[in-house]
Design a binder for this molecule. Structure first.
Ligand SMILES: C[S@@+](CC[C@H](N)C(=O)[O-])C[C@H]1O[C@@H](n2cnc3c(N)ncnc32)[C@H](O)[C@@H]1O
Length: 379
């Protein structure tokens, strides 16, 4: 069931499109560096390949930093996004609002002309304290307090986004793959840096013209898209967490505590499942996989069923995935997920392989090559 029983095409020239790097220069997309994100250019390519016209509804059930809905707004489609992480959902909301740049400029001036408070650092977690020099942390908390007082919702969201953006740059934070590290280095004082960042974001708002209204972004679980109606979307463009890779809740722990008041104990599990099932679904053909992979594919089966339910007949999906690296093997997520999708009823149009990473154990023993691929499905 899980061998390459589908049309497979190799396009290694596209690998960069599946990284966030290109977004770092693009207005609004650059408001938060989400290392695990894909690029606007990938979404542009997929929207075209999936044959979507203006006005179509496009869902991303793992919306991350909002790349899919933001690109949809640029091209006149209606974006809908869901993410389990409050940080990701917030960033997506903030990027897909339509703001008035003059109003933002006035609000920024008012905010920065008020006297900073002297908040206490008591009760903060150790990682938050390690992430900033004391002075920046005091300034950050003082700005956070002042922003919470801003009455107008859009303006409050924008300023909070600017503070998250500035605070993650003016910090010792270093996201090293799935590990959060703190590296001492010279960093700018936060308050003037925040002003500069907020001003450049307002310039983005002034420059960018959208062809459709704001996207709908929800904090939720891709395995249960309760608030999305049956057969209501034309297409899905998405990238779920990769098997056995990034611990989202760990690498964004500082932001989650500071801006969303989440402590480690109430964070979601890193990968697809928010609350663990009692036991994973038993899926024929996957009996030999490690337990974490069984859980992953069980959760992904729920997600694929939800994608089937919300897609219109004839609707299409493009899902970016990568193989899982285990000490003794590579788990071929693309073939497995395509096989599961076919069981649900999807037609697997093709698997396009865009990346290939050789994995070794102990630097010498070659485990195999993990593919990064786009799975194209049709309902
Ligand atoms: C690979 S990232 C998506 C990045 C996105 N394409 C972008 O460009 O920013 C995967 C996202 O899935 C989210 N996620 C994990 N489990 C989830 C779940 N059960 N439901 C919805 N989102 C989930 C993570 O918080 C993360 O933001």
């Amino acid at each position: 069931m899980f061998e390459a029983a589908f049309p497979v095409e190799e396009r290694y020239d596209l690998w960069r499109l599946a990284t966030f790097t290109l977004n770092k220069r693009i207005p609004i997309h650059r408001w938060f560096y989400f290392k695990e994100g894909f690029s606007r250019d990938l979404v542009v390519m997929l929207l075209e390949e999936l044959g979507l016209a203006e006005g179509c509804v496009v869902l991303d059930p793992f919306v991350g930093s909002g790349t899919t809905p933001l690109t949809c707004m640029e091209l006149g489609m209606k974006g809908v996004g869901v993410d389990a992480s409050p940080l990701a959902a917030f960033v997506s909301i903030a990027k897909t609002r339509i703001y008035n740049h003059e109003e933002l400029r006035r609000a920024l001036d008012t905010l920065l002309s008020s006297r900073p408070s002297q908040p206490s650092l008591e009760g903060l977690g150790t990682k938050v304290k390690r992430a900033y020099p004391r002075r920046n942390l005091v300034e950050l908390l003082s700005l956070r307090e002042a922003i919470e007082e801003v009455e107008q919702e859009d303006v409050r969201i924008f300023l909070k986004m600017a503070l998250i953006n500035a605070a993650s740059k003016a910090s010792y934070i270093f996201r090293d793959g799935s590990v959060l590290r703190f590296i001492k280095r010279p960093i700018p004082p936060l308050r003037p840096f925040f002003r500069r960042i907020a001003q450049s974001m307002i310039d983005d708002v002034r420059r960018v013209r959208f062809s459709s209204g704001p996207a709908t972004i929800l904090e939720g679980d891709a395995r249960r898209l309760d608030s999305i109606e049956d057969e209501s979307v034309e297409a899905i463009i998405t990238s779920p967490p990769y098997l056995n890779k990034i611990e989202y809740t760990k690498v964004y722990e500082v932001e989650l505590e500071l801006f969303f008041k989440k402590r480690e104990q109430d964070l979601i599990r890193s990968y697809i499942g928010l609350v663990g099932r009692e036991a994973p679904r038993v899926i024929e053909g996957l009996e030999e996989l490690p337990d974490s992979a069984k859980l992953y594919f069980s959760d992904m089966m729920d997600c694929l069923e939800e994608m089937w339910r919300v897609l219109k007949n004839g609707g299409r999906a493009a899902i970016v995935v990568a193989g899982g690296v285990y000490p003794d093997r590579i788990v071929e997520s693309d073939y497995i997920l395509a096989g599961l999708a076919r069981e649900i009823g999807f037609t697997v149009e093709k698997i396009r392989v865009i990346g290939r990473r050789v994995a070794t154990s102990g630097r010498v023993h070659r485990i195999g090559a993990a593919r990064e691929s786009i799975i194209y499905l049709r309902k």
